[in-house]
Design a protein around this ligand. Structure first.
Ligand code: HEM
Length: 491
C-alpha cells in the first residue's frame, strides 16, 4: 500500500478532526479553569444562580486565584488577587462601557448609540461639578431634608430598620440630587413609589440579563418609574434653584443628555435614581445595624455626638463641615460597614486577549472582581470579618485615599492616584473622576443621617444582626431576614 493510499480523504478528515480537537483543548488549557456545567447555553447557571455570592468564593477555594464561570451564555472570568486586579484596573484591553452597555439598555432602555456618545460627556460634567458644589451647600440641604423626615417618626416606635432608613434616605436624596419637592408627600403616592422602586431594585440584576417578558412585575414597575419621570422631567429641568444653590446634579446631567437625545431624559432620570439609592440606602442600614450591634462602638459614637451637639436630642441641629471633622469615628463606621458589605462584583469587558497568571483570558469574557470577597482577604485586612472602625485611622481620608485593598467604589490600592488628571487610561480614568464626586456625596449623606438619628433617638436592636443575602452580586448586599429596632426620643 502506497503512502498516498494510506492518506485517503476519510483518514485525512479523521486526523484533521483530531488535530482540531487537540488544538482547541490546548487553547482551552491556556485559559483559566472553567466551570461550565453540562446544559448548553445555561452552563453552570442553575448552581450559580442559587447563591452566586457564595458560589464564587467556593470556586476560588477550589480553582485558585483565577477561574471562569460559564452561565446563561456568558463567560465570566473572576480575578481575586493582585496581578489580576491590576490588569482589571489598568489594562487598555478591558472596557467599562462595553461591559455595562447591555445592562444599561435592559434596565433603563438607553440605546447603545446614545449611551456611548454620552458616557464620556457625563464624566466631564462630573469633573466640573466637583468644583461647583460646595460641601457647605450639601450639609445644610441634607440636614434640613432629614429633619423633615424625622419629624414624622414621633417620640417612640418599633420599626424594621430597612424601612426606617429608606424613609429617611429616599426623600432626602431625591430632593437634594434631583429637585426639591420631587419626592411625593401624599401617603398613597409614597407607598406606590416604595413598592415600585423595591420591585425594580430587587429585580435589577435579573432585569439587566434576562428578557423582559420573563419578569412581568419587574417590567411593570420599571414602566411605572419611567412614566413618573416622563411626567416630571420638564419640571425637574425648569426648577429654579434656591438662592445660593447651584443647579442640582440631575439637572446638570439632563442638560448634557439633551445635547444628544431629548427623548431619553426620563431614562437617564431612572438610571440616576437607581444609582443614587440602591447602594446608599443599604449602607446606611448596615452602618446603623453594625453600630447598634457593637455596644462599645455604640457608646463611643454617642459620646462623640453628645460632645459636639449636647445631650438633649431636641434641637434642630444643622451638621456642619467642622462637626463632621470632629466626628471622624462616624465616617470610619460608615467605611467599615461599606468594607464588610461591599458590592458582590464590578465588571469590565475583555476586548483583546490578556495574560493573567500564565492564563490567557479571551476577548468577549467579562472580567470580574468581587470587592465583597477582596475585603475579606486577611492580607489586606486583619481579622477581616470583624467590624473594627478604628482600622480606618490608618487611611489618609483627607486626600481621598482609602485603605489598601478597599475597592467598594471600584478603586483602592490599585487605583494609582498618579493617573488622575494625567490624561492617560481612557474610560478607567474617567470612572475614577466620576465616582470621586459621587462617593464623597454618598459618604456625606450617610454620615449626616446616622448622626441625626443617634442624636435624636436612643435606638436598640430587637433582632440579632442579620447576615447578608447571597442572592445577588450586583451592588451592596441586602440583609437576610428581618431586623427591627426600637427608638425613643432622647430626653
Ligand atoms: C455607599 C454607597 C455607594 C457605593 C458602595 C457605590 C458603588 C459603586 C460602584 C462599585 C460602582 C461601579 C464602579 C466600577 O465598576 O468600577 C458605582 C458606579 C456608579 N455610582 Fe455608585 N456607589 C454608591 C453610591 C452612589 C450614589 C449616592 C450615587 C449618586 C448618584 C452613585 C452613582 C453612581 C453612578 C452614576 C455610577 C456609574 C458610573 C459610570 O457610569 O461610570 N453611587 N458605584
Amino acid at each position: 500500500m502506497g503512502v498516498m493510499e494510506f492518506f485517503s480523504p476519510g483518514v485525512i478528515a479523521v486526523l484533521g478532526s483530531c488535530v482540531l480537537f487537540l488544538f482547541f483543548r490546548w487553547k482551552n488549557l491556556r485559559g483559566p479553569p472553567c466551570i461550565q456545567g453540562w446544559v448548553p447555553w445555561i452552563g453552570a447557571g442553575f448552581e450559580f444562580g442559587k447563591a452566586p455570592l457564595e458560589f464564587i468564593e467556593k470556586a476560588r477555594i477550589k480553582y485558585g486565584p483565577i477561574f471562569t464561570i460559564f452561565a446563561m451564555g456568558k463567560r465570566m472570568t473572576f480575578v481575586t488577587e493582585e496581578e489580576g486586579i491590576n490588569v482589571f484596573l489598568k489594562s487598555k484591553h478591558v472596557d467599562f462601557e462595553l461591559a455595562v452597555q447591555n445592562p444599561v439598555y435592559n434596565t433603563a432602555w438607553i440605546p447603545k448609540n446614545v449611551f456611548f456618545s454620552l458616557h464620556e460627556k457625563l464624566y466631564v460634567l462630573m469633573k466640573g461639578k466637583m468644583g461647583t458644589f460646595s460641601t457647605h451647600q450639601f450639609t445644610g440641604q441634607l440636614s434640613e431634608a432629614f429633619h423633615e423626615q424625622l419629624e414624622d417618626l414621633g417620640a417612640r416606635g418599633t420599626v424594621d430598620l430597612n424601612d426606617f432608613v429608606r424613609h429617611l434616605l429616599y426623600p432626602a436624596t431625591v430632593n437634594t440630587l434631583f429637585k426639591k419637592g420631587l419626592f411625593p408627600t401624599d401617603e398613597r403616592k409614597i407607598k406606590e413609589f416604595y413598592q415600585h422602586f423595591k420591585t425594580y431594585d430587587e429585580g435589577f440584576e435579573y432585569g439587566s440579563q434576562l428578557p423582559e417578558w420573563l419578569l412581568r412585575n419587574w417590567s411593570k414597575s420599571k414602566r411605572w418609574l419611567l412614566t413618573l419621570f416622563e411626567k416630571n422631567i420638564d419640571e425637574i429641568k425648569a426648577h429654579k434653584s434656591v438662592a445660593g444653590h447651584s443647579r442640582t446634579l440631575v439637572q446638570a446631567v439632563l442638560d448634557v443628555v439633551e445635547t444628544e437625545s431629548r427623548q431619553h431624559s426620563p431614562n437617564y432620570g431612572l438610571l440616576m435614581l437607581w444609582a443614587s439609592l440602591a447602594n446608599a440606602a443599604p449602607i446606611a442600614f448596615w452602618t446603623l445595624a453594625f453600630v447598634l450591634a457593637h455596644p462599645e462602638v455604640h457608646k463611643t459614637v454617642l459620646e462623640a455626638i453628645s460632645s459636639v451637639f449636647g445631650t438633649t436630642g431636641k434641637d434642630k441641629i444643622k451638621v456642619s463641615d467642622d462637626d463632621l471633622k470632629k466626628l471622624l469615628l462616624i465616617k470610619w463606621c460608615v467605611l467599615e460597614a461599606i468594607r464588610l458589605r461591599a458590592p458582590g462584583i464590578i465588571t469590565r469587558k475583555v476586548v483583546k486577549p490578556i495574560k493573567i497568571l500564565s492564563h490567557t483570558v479571551p476577548p468577549g469574557d467579562l472580567l470580574m472582581v468581587s470587592p465583597f470577597w477582596l475585603h475579606r482577604n486577611p492580607k489586606y485586612f486583619l481579622e477581616p470579618d470583624s467590624f473594627k472602625p478604628e482600622r480606618w485611622k490608618e487611611a489618609n481620608l483627607d486626600k481621598n485615599a482609602f485603605l489598601d485593598g478597599f475597592m467598594a467604589f471600584g478603586g483602592g490600592k490599585f487605583q494609582c492616584p498618579g493617573r488622575i488628571g494625567t490624561g492617560e487610561g481612557g474610560h478607567d480614568l474617567c470612572l475614577v473622576r466620576f465616582t470621586l464626586y459621587i462617593r464623597w456625596f454618598a459618604l456625606l449623606e450617610i454620615q449626616i443621617c446616622i448622626i441625626l438619628v443617634l442624636y435624636k433617638y436612643d435606638c436598640s436592636l430587637l433582632d440579632p444582626l442579620p447576615k447578608q443575602s447571597c442572592l445577588h452580586l450586583v451592588g451592596v448586599p441586602q440583609p437576610e431576614g428581618r431586623c427591627r429596632i426600637e427608638y425613643k426620643q432622647r430626653t
